[in-house]
Design a binder for this molecule. Structure first.
Ligand SMILES: *Cc1c(COP(=O)(O)O)cnc(C)c1O
Length: 346
């Protein structure tokens, strides 16, 4: 292992961080060869040297994860539900015929990366966090369409700012003619191919001044599935029910399942995973997008064809969305009591 004594002197304006690549000091790297994962280690090198025939480059054999480490008020460091990210990456690997990374190895890799780059964690109170990006890629000499002979598992990290600099501000979204995934394709796996498919519709949405695309169910285009990199939820007009779409082509968001739990157990709402028809949005008084990066983003309105549906308000966050946000972020940063097993200390 590379010595962790000579660290970069960090000169970062913590209050001005966005979501962009910053080269931190150490990343974790492990190889799978001959049927097993070799012991991984930290390296300073942020460049991968891989075969030109790597399946990750030609056939999209790769998957990734995203989770955050938070600095708490008492100086300790929280990881939020890393076992869930490990389990989801195992499912993604299974779908793409890649070897799964065991949960202990996954969490240990995250811990090592956070510890070695501790000086890059934004201080408590800045709203920033250390974003971890684990990934598995198929590598090694190959040309035929088949699973790779070798794999790499790596985890790197970057300090990121709060998603909302000026507080919780609603974002508008637009539906698309395009799909990010097929009905029984890879929508439920966190794989780059879904993202490649979402770049063009995403750009079209941005050109029209929308935050991102709301994808409809690929079979009928009548029901909301999710946002390109976040799940969708809505609150019924009577303020009593938290509803989120259910579909085999939605990426199962850990944030979404956390909000489902908090909505039921802490806010006393009824919760439902079901159908959300795009032409019946007037059943809802509030709506939001949720994910590790988006946290809880209130949705101002949704453009669908020539209809623009506004939920609570285009400028203000609804009361239930705000409570969900406060509860979730409070747990992540250690200010509120976490449900059993949600927080892993680094
Ligand atoms: C990662 C991701 C999400 C959010 O999942 P979290 O576990 O909450 O971060 C939602 N949708 C897609 C397509 C994703 O890739």
């Amino acid at each position: 292992m590379t010595g962790t004594h000579d660290r970069t002197v960090v000169d970062i304006n913590w209050n001005n961080l966005g979501f962009s690549y910053i080269r931190t000091d150490f990343r974790y790297l492990a190889h799978w060869r001959g049927g097993e994962w070799a012991t991984g280690e930290l390296t300073r090198d942020n460049v991968l040297h891989i075969s030109e025939g790597s399946t990750a480059l030609h056939y999209g054999q790769q998957c990734f994860e995203g989770l955050k480490a938070y600095r708490c008020q008492d100086g300790s460091i929280n990881l939020f539900r890393p076992d869930q990210n490990a389990a989801r990456m195992q499912a993604s690997c299974g779908r793409l015929l890649m070897p799964a990374v065991p949960t202990e190895m996954f969490i240990e890799a995250c811990r090592q990366v956070v510890k070695a780059n501790e000086h890059f964690i934004p201080p408590y109170g800045t709203g920033g966090s250390l974003y971890l990006r684990p990934f598995v890629i198929g590598v090694g000499d190959n040309i035929g369409v088949k699973s790779a002979p070798e794999f790499i598992f790596s985890v790197f990290c970057i300090p990121v700012g709060p998603y909302f600099k000026g507080g919780l501000v609603p974002t508008n979204f637009i539906t698309s003619q395009y799909d990010r995934a097929a009905p029984h394709g890879t929508g439920a796996a966190k794989v780059g191919g879904n993202y490649a498919a979402s770049l063009l519709p995403g750009q079209e949405a941005h050109e029209k001044n929308f935050g991102d695309v709301i994808y409809l169910d690929p079979a009928t285009h009548t029901k909301i599935e999710e946002v390109g990199s976040a799940n969708f939820f809505a609150i019924t007009k009577d303020g009593k029910k938290f509803v989120t779409p259910q579909s085999p082509s939605i990426l199962p968001s850990i944030t979404k399942y956390s909000l489902l739990h908090l909505a039921e157990k802490r806010l006393g709402l009824q919760v439902e995973e079901g159908e959300v028809y795009i032409d019946r949005l007037d059943e809802f008084g509030e709506a939001g997008a949720c994910g590790t990066a988006a946290v809880v983003t209130p949705i101002g309105g949704i453009q669908h064809g020539d209809q623009f549906h506004v939920f609570f308000s285009e400028t203000e966050v609804g009361p239930i969305t705000r409570r969900l946000y406060t509860e979730l972020v409070g747990i992540q940063t250690g200010d509120r009591e976490a449900p059993q097993g949600w927080i892993v200390k680094v």
